[in-house]
Design a protein around this ligand. Structure first.
Ligand SMILES: [Zn+2]
Length: 529
């Protein structure tokens, strides 16, 4: 779009005054966050009344902005889920060695997950398989030469440093992981987080097990069908698994941290699990709206802006608070979407391609709403030419560095560089590949449909005060009730971020050529044309 106004905006940002047309001081954006993250919406859990009210709020603003409804029912695309919750009173987990059975305690030793629908009874041997990955492109195979048939894989989360981050992220997705395990005859998995790369401390992982998990109701959408059990083991108790193997967890983590090849070995123990699962059904909704393009030909192509609107709802109290408001995760991203839509209208912006806003449900349940949308899009699948996603972008300090996930995978990364440069913002690729951010939010489902995608976040310099601020936020507020509207947020920085996103979208929507995967990108294989 208009280069002159970009320069003007950049100048205004530099001067710290963001009150001109085309920018704002972030107050309106914050007012959206305040509503979406208010206690009355009760944490916007997928399928909840609070989520439905949030969806209606966003749809109403899209209507005021003159956007075209692009759901299946007005702005809404209904999505059906089945719900699963482990009944721990009727479930058990133990390790057996030399005929002796050692009972494990849920929440302390390990959790049985319900994202994989567990079999009622499982009894099988264990094999430590390193990272539990198989990536033919990197000539990497953690299963080679092992007796894996009928066994349960024990692995450390992560990937070898030598594996490119996008590839590593892809093969760690639950569907790909299960495909690999299944191909060597394994029946389930025990994941142990690497304590150096945990987003949340174990007690919060443990308490998250009380949250209901969900799966898309459509049976064909189950990517882990056939997997009998998936367990998360407390890293502090991992030696319960390794005792007697001649290996310790510390030794394995040290090897992982120093980039050494992890050993793989049989564990002469048997894992026994009995599970009882409470089941139910809920319906939730994606929200979709179109800003129509102005070019007679290109308007049938869509630049997607996406963000998840759901959060964790009401759950285990922390410091007496039970409402997980999800202000930064991800009311902020949806508010940015609303802000961009508002501004397109008030500045009478015209773009050649159309812009498709999609607020998705079920992100916190394993990216389910976006998977449903990307599989059942309300515009022709091949007409989606880009997805620009935001999720928990953390405007906690001024926007000097932009992290772009998927930066080197497609020309969208180059577009992000162009726009950031105009605003004197530095761009960096995934600063911490071990956290797997690229597969952990909704852009990944668009990626898998061949749509070039990026996710944008605030970046920082290693060892800087900003890095410490981010780290502190992740430790204290990520997926905790304190991610609410009573936290320090840099609204001005969020406003700058909103300007950047809008200009990136406009730039992509106006370009002669649509975005393309880079010739050497792994994700090119998904491209439809
Ligand atoms: Zn989240």
């Amino acid at each position: 779009m208009r280069a002159t106004s970009l320069i003007l905006v950049a100048a205004l940002i530099a001067a710290g005054t963001l009150l001109a047309a085309g920018a704002s001081d972030g107050t309106r954006w914050w007012s959206y966050v305040e509503y979406l993250a208010s206690d009355k919406l009760e944490g916007r859990n997928t399928g909840s009344e609070g989520h439905r009210r949030a969806a209606e709020y966003v749809a109403a603003q899209f209507a005021r902005d003159g956007l075209k409804p692009a759901g299946e029912s007005g702005y809404f695309q209904p999505v059906k889920f089945k719900t699963l919750q482990l009944d721990e009173t009727k479930s058990s987990l133990s390790l057996e060695s030399d005929g002796k059975e050692q009972a494990m305690k849920f929440g302390e030793d390990a959790n049985i997950g319900t994202r994989v629908d567990p079999a009622p009874s499982v009894e099988a041997g264990l094999v430590f398989v390193g990272y539990g990955l198989r990536a033919p492109e990197s000539n990497y195979d953690d299963f080679a030469g092992l007796d894996t048939k009928g066994k349960i894989a024990v692995y450390i989360s992560g990937a070898p440093a030598s594996m490119p981050s996008a590839l590593a992220a892809h093969y760690q997705s639950s569907g790909q992981r299960w495909a690999a395990l299944q191909s060597v005859g394994m029946i389930g998995a025990v994941a142990i987080a690497n304590p150096h790369h945990m987003d949340v401390p174990w007690p919060r992982v443990a308490s998250s097990r009380f949250q209901m998990t969900m799966a898309l109701a459509a049976p064909k959408m189950d990517e882990t069908a056939g997997e009998q059990i998936a367990i998360a083991w407390n890293p502090a108790h991992a030696d319960e698994l390794f005792a007697g193997t001649g290996h310790t967890f510390d030794e394995l983590v040290a090897a992982a941290e120093s980039g050494k090849q992890l050993p793989r070995f049989a564990i002469s123990k048997k894992l026994k699990a009995k599970t009882s699962v409470k089941r139910g059904e809920v319906e939730s909704q994606n929200i979709a709206a179109i800003f129509p393009g102005s070019d007679p030909k290109l308007k049938s192509e869509y630049v997607v802006m996406s963000a998840h609107i759901d959060h964790l709802g009401v759950s285990t109290p922390i410091n007496g608070d039970t409402i997980y408001n999800g202000a930064m995760d991800n009311a902020a991203g949806v508010a940015s979407m609303m802000e961009v839509a508002d501004h397109l209208k008030e500045a009478s912006v015209k773009t050649k391609r159309s812009i498709l806003f999609v607020a998705v449900t079920g992100e916190e349940k394993s990216l389910l709403g976006s998977r449903y949308y990307a599989t059942n899009p309300t515009v022709p699948a091949a007409s989606m030419v880009a997805d620009i996603n935001t999720d928990m972008y953390l405007p906690l300090y001024p926007l000097k560095i932009l992290s772009v996930y998927g930066l080197d995978e497609s020309t969208l990364g180059d577009d992000a560089r162009t726009i950031a440069k105009q605003m004197e913002i530095r761009v960096q690729a995934d600063p911490e590949p071990a956290r797997n951010i690229f597969i952990r939010s909704d852009q990944y489902n668009f990626t898998r449909r061949g749509v070039p995608s990026v996710m944008l976040e605030f970046g920082n310099e290693k060892g800087s005060p900003e890095a410490a601020t981010e780290k502190k936020w992740l430790t204290e507020r990520y997926h905790a009730p304190s991610d609410d509207v009573n936290q320090p947020v840099d609204k001005q920085a969020a406003a700058a971020f909103n300007v950047l996103i809008e200009h990136l979208i406009e730039h992509v929507a106006d370009a002669d050529a649509k975005p393309a995967w880079k010739p050497n990108s792994f994700f090119r294989r998904y491209a439809m044309n």
